[in-house]
Design a binder for this molecule. Structure first.
Ligand SMILES: Cc1cc2nc3c(=O)[nH]c(=O)nc-3n(C[C@H](O)[C@H](O)[C@H](O)COP(=O)(O)OP(=O)(O)OC[C@H]3O[C@@H](n4cnc5c(N)ncnc54)[C@H](O)[C@@H]3O)c2cc1C
Length: 349
């Protein structure tokens, strides 16, 4: 049974979803935000590179956002969309908690799923001292010993990027890659690494070394431990769409150079997708978007939805107006008399 009907259902309560909801609620649209409490940066203690809020814990940003959104009348519920599909001229969604909700439009802001390299210790330290983004964490480990795990041109790219934050960079080619991964590097790659003073280790990596809950190094299969303060990995990044398959949102691979780094929902810059009535914002369509960019995308998509709904409401008003104008004279006269008897004063014939 449908329990709620809104103008817009926002799926996702991260920066993108909440920013979209804020825009919609301030435009006096009824909005339901559903989020399952799993924003991508949850493991990180602090959020960086957000102008004016640099260093704020990620959870604090979202708590502030939820309060702002609710202050304008939107409802935010912690639940998970497990099924959603078109239903007449709108959409019907089932939540894990048993609610069934309906909306005229949908804003999908579900983020992405990071697939971590299969190296023992990496998942446990993810977002703490296992890092992926120098713009998020580079400053915090400046001048420290950084170990980059990976192979191929993207690993070289990562090593040269992190070299901007520290002169102490070691590239471990044998982490989650076949032995001899260094063979995949070009002469130009080797020269570039040498020129930058990046050390290269080409033996299989057994895992991370952790002492008293502090990362201390990278352990090779030989048992040798090479000290470091932080580990850098690349992740596979795939749009998070579990439970949303019924929308039929098309996805496409995203590449960096020759390497595929993930999949995104196909969308225009204003979040419009090939599925009428559904817009997307944030990491689900822009894998590289940081928090501030995701928030901006939510605002853009939310504003576009306000425009869509205004146009749809105007179309409906025009249809009613025409029907009114085309109604037979006698019917309009009867309505006029009835209105006068009820004390509503004259109405136009
Ligand atoms: C470890 C780490 C640290 C980072 N640090 C920074 C940083 O310092 N600065 C920075 O700018 N960026 C940082 N980022 C990037 C940042 O996480 C993203 O830019 C940001 O999370 C994107 O926002 P979003 O709203 O698109 O997605 P998310 O924040 O991931 O939000 C997705 C939302 O969708 C919800 N959801 C998904 N599926 C469903 C469903 N079926 N039903 C209900 N809810 C659902 C989730 O619960 C969540 O609320 C970091 C990323 C990582 C991995």
């Amino acid at each position: 049974m449908v329990t709620e009907q809104d103008d817009v259902l926002v799926i996702g309560g991260g920066a993108a979803g909440l920013s979209g909801a804020l825009t919609l609620a301030r435009a006096r649209r009824s909005v339901l935000v559903v989020h399952d409490g799993a924003p991508r940066n949850a493991p990180a203690a602090h959020m960086h590179a957000y102008l004016g809020l640099d260093g704020l814990p990620p959870a604090d940003l979202l708590a502030r956002g939820r309060a702002e959104v609710e202050g304008y009348g939107a409802r935010v519920v912690e639940d998970r969309v497990v099924d959603i599909r078109r239903d007449g001229d709108g959409f019907r969604a089932a939540l894990a908690g048993g609610r069934v909700v309906r909306a005229r439009r949908v804003l999908v802001a579900t983020g992405l799923v990071d697939a971590l390299p299969d190296v023992p210790g990496v998942a446990e330290r993810w977002g703490r001292d296992v890092l992926h983004c120098p713009f998020c964490h580079g400053w915090e480990v400046r001048d420290r010993a950084v170990a980059v795990l990976g192979s191929g041109p993207l690993a070289v790219h990562r090593a040269q990027l992190w070299r901007g934050w520290t002169a102490d960079v070691t590239l471990f080619l044998g982490a989650g890659a076949p032995a001899g991964a260094g063979d995949g590097l070009s002469d130009d790659d080797w020269e570039r690494l040498a020129a930058l003073g990046v050390r290269v280790v080409d033996g299989p990596v057994a895992g991370l070394e952790v002492v008293d809950d502090v990362l201390t190094g990278v352990r090779l299969a030989t048992g040798t431990v090479l000290a470091c303060d932080a580990v850098v990995v690349g992740t596979g990044m795939d749009a998070r769409l579990d439970g949303l398959e019924g929308l039929g949102l098309p996805t496409e691979p995203v590449s960096m150079g020759d390497q595929v780094i993930g999949t995104r929902v196909v969308a225009a810059p204003d979040g419009a997708t090939p599925v009428p009535g559904v817009r997307v914002a944030g990491n689900v369509t822009d894998l590289r978007a940081q928090v501030q960019v995701a928030a901006a995308a939510g605002l853009t998509a939310g504003a576009a939805l306000v425009g869509e709904l205004a146009a749809e409401d105007a179309d409906a008003a025009v249809a009613r107006y025409r029907a009114e104008q085309e109604a037979p004279f006698s019917a309009r006269a009867e309505r006029e008399l009835a209105a006068r008897r009820a004390g509503d004063g004259p109405v136009g014939l």
